[in-house]
Write a protein that binds this ligand. Structure first.
Ligand code: URP
Ligand code: ZN
Ligand code: ZN
Length: 552
């Protein structure tokens, strides 16, 4: 990869030494040995950028490993309720919530008066260290997660891409990539070919590896794209396993035609990307996937809903009672496609993603749909390439790696554009950035809630402070940011990951290897009653009709 990795402000990330005694002394020796081994692997892989971080073992800012923490006087927000209360955390778990909790001297106390205490964000859609379009995304499970924590996201679900269609090989490769994790994460898995081995492996992924969702790409012809026959097999298999089928909904054959049309017209720049794959192709695939899921009677999750056209297909299906989840992403909500016409290639190319960012107006309608519950949760599709990587497509937009950043910006931008503007309430904010994701992927209330017994993944947001996005100050490895220069109200001042303060005073204190893989069980609430609808369908057939042979 030709990209240059950089951190203009090296002190912004402090990878704490995994040998930190205060952190590890209460763990078993075996655990300690494993962590040391892991740390040496992680740190040796990070050594190529050693100059980018504080010196390893610098414990000065890393002492936030107190197992006891009291957050005092904030407004505690859940998806359905908010109240002024204290939150007491012990050993990474929320131990109690209530007024005026009294604690001993050994407890680390944070004053949250006048601020919101909320469940950390859960990003349902990321691509860290993904091999894609002749390169690989530049944020890995260390930098991508560090960026997430700095922006108030404490868990994400990444897409495992099979290797030559092989699910187990893909899974092993992602297990290895994720060893440097600094926060909790889960996996979805893409299905890119179909045979008996894939069908069997899907069961292994669900039953042994805690994957409860599979993604089908209806676009990226010649690479990840699947056809309707495969999609039908996949939907049936998902249903039988209680796994959620997800689709990237664009008509890949038509996109390939649209691309050829643009090239024939001499349109080779980034604007050709938007022109080659208009909303109608997203709507067509969305409608097709919805109808096939309806035919199979299994729930469907449509990722990165970018257009009014696709959203309306989801709204129609929901009105008819079908279980369809629509996920808009931040870029589709707050950006418009005018950037793709920018005369500077580097500027224009950074906005290339699929489905494309749409014309002004789509974002506003998608936000309204989100506030009305037609769309249910917000992701990022964080899939970051730097300007050197984007330049692979300088002469041909088809070769520009598709993807934009967002994992660090999502929580701030949704607060600013939806809560600050009065579109949604603070409780709705928690619902669409955290709780709904936890429910859909069956990890609620371990995640997505401030309840006794839940993981202490928390943020403290100051509604009176402001944020500013710049590539010079962000934590992604990319040299560009599609939200460059944006400012707004509401700032995540503290992020707590399983009871550890990992972001405070604009400083990250993270430990590679402490992120935990969260297994997700099948048969979420979306599957409740599916069998009853199947029974009703069978009962409605009035078939087979018993006939006697016609007499001659
Ligand atoms: O442009 C995008 N969305 N890149 C990531 C891969 C995908 O389609 O989700
Ligand atoms: Zn996609
Ligand atoms: Zn994606």
């Amino acid at each position: 990869m030709a990209s240059k990795l950089r951190y203009p402000l090296p002190w912004r990330i402090k990878p704490c030494s995994p040998t930190n005694r205060s952190l590890l002394f209460d763990r078993s020796h075996l655990h300690l040995l494993l962590l040391l081994l892991l740390a040496s692997l992680v740190l040796s892989s990070a050594s190529q950028h050693a100059h980018e971080f504080c010196s390893i073992g610098d414990d000065s800012g890393c002492g936030s490993s107190s197992t006891k923490l009291l957050i005092k006087g904030g407004t505690v927000v859940n998806a359905h309720h908010k109240e002024v209360a204290d939150v007491y955390v012990e050993d990474g778990i929320i131990a109690s919530i209530g007024p005026n909790i009294v604690v001993g001297d050994e407890v680390n106390i944070i004053d949250a008066t006048g601020k919101y205490v909320m469940p950390g964000g859960i990003d349902p859609h990321t691509h860290l260290e993904m091999d894609f379009m002749e390169t690989a995304t530049i944020d890995d499970f260390f930098t991508g997660q560090a960026a997430a924590l700095a922006g108030g996201t404490t868990m994400h679900i990444d897409f495992v891409i099979p290797i030559n269609g092989d699910l187990s090989a893909g899974f092993e490769s992602y297990v290895s990539k994720a060893k440097k994790s600094v926060m909790d994460y889960g996996f979805h898995m893409a299905i890119t070919k179909w045979d008996e081995a894939v069908s069997k492996d899907m069961e292994v992924m669900v039953k042994e590896h805690g994957i409860n969702s599979f993604k089908f790409f209806m676009a990226y012809k010649g690479a990840l794209m699947i056809n309707d026959e495969l999609l039908l097999h996949g939907l049936e298999r998902c249903k039988s396993l209680g796994a959620l089928a997800m689709v990237h909904a664009e008509n890949g054959d038509a996109v390939a035609e649209g691309q050829k049309r643009m090239i024939d017209l001499g349109i080779t720049g980034p604007e050709g990307h938007a022109l080659s794959r208009p909303p109608i192709l997203e709507a067509e695939a969305t409608a097709r996937a919805i109808r096939l899921a309806g035919f199979v009677n299994t729930p469907l999750y449509v990722v990165h809903v970018m257009s009014i056209d696709a959203m309306e297909e989801i709204a129609k299906a929901k009105k008819s009672g079908q279980r369809v989840i629509g996920e808009p992403v931040v870029s589709g909500l707050v950006l418009d496609d005018s950037w793709l016409w920018h005369p500077d290639f580097t500027t224009a190319a950074k906005y290339v993603m699929s489905p494309p960012i749409r014309k002004a107006g789509h974002g506003e309608v998608l936000k309204a749909a989100l506030s009305a519950g037609i769309l249910q949760l917000v992701g990022t599709d964080h899939c970051t390439f730097n300007s050197t990587q984007k330049a692979l497509g300088f002469d041909d937009f088809r070769k520009i790696p598709n993807g934009v950043n967002g994992i660090e910006e999502r929580m701030h931008l949704i607060w600013d554009t939806m809560v600050e503007t009065g579109l949604i309430s603070v409780t709705d904010y928690v619902r669409i950035t955290s709780t709904e994701c936890a429910r859909i992927f069956n990890i609620y209330p371990q995640k997505g809630a401030i309840l006794e017994g839940s993981d202490a993944d928390l943020i403290i947001l100051n509604p009176n402070a402001s944020f500013r996005v710049t590539s010079a100050s962000h934590h992604s490895r990319s040299d560009t940011n599609v939200y460059e220069g944006r400012t707004g109200k509401g700032k995540v001042e503290v992020t707590i990951s399983r009871g550890r303060v990992v972001w405070e005073d604009d400083t990250l204190k993270v430990t590679p290897g402490l992120g935990r893989y969260i297994k997700m069980k099948p048969f979420s609430y979306l599957f409740d009653g599916i069998e009853k609808a199947d029974a009703a369908y069978l009962a409605s057939l009035s078939a087979p009709v018993q006939r006697s042979r016609a007499s001659s």
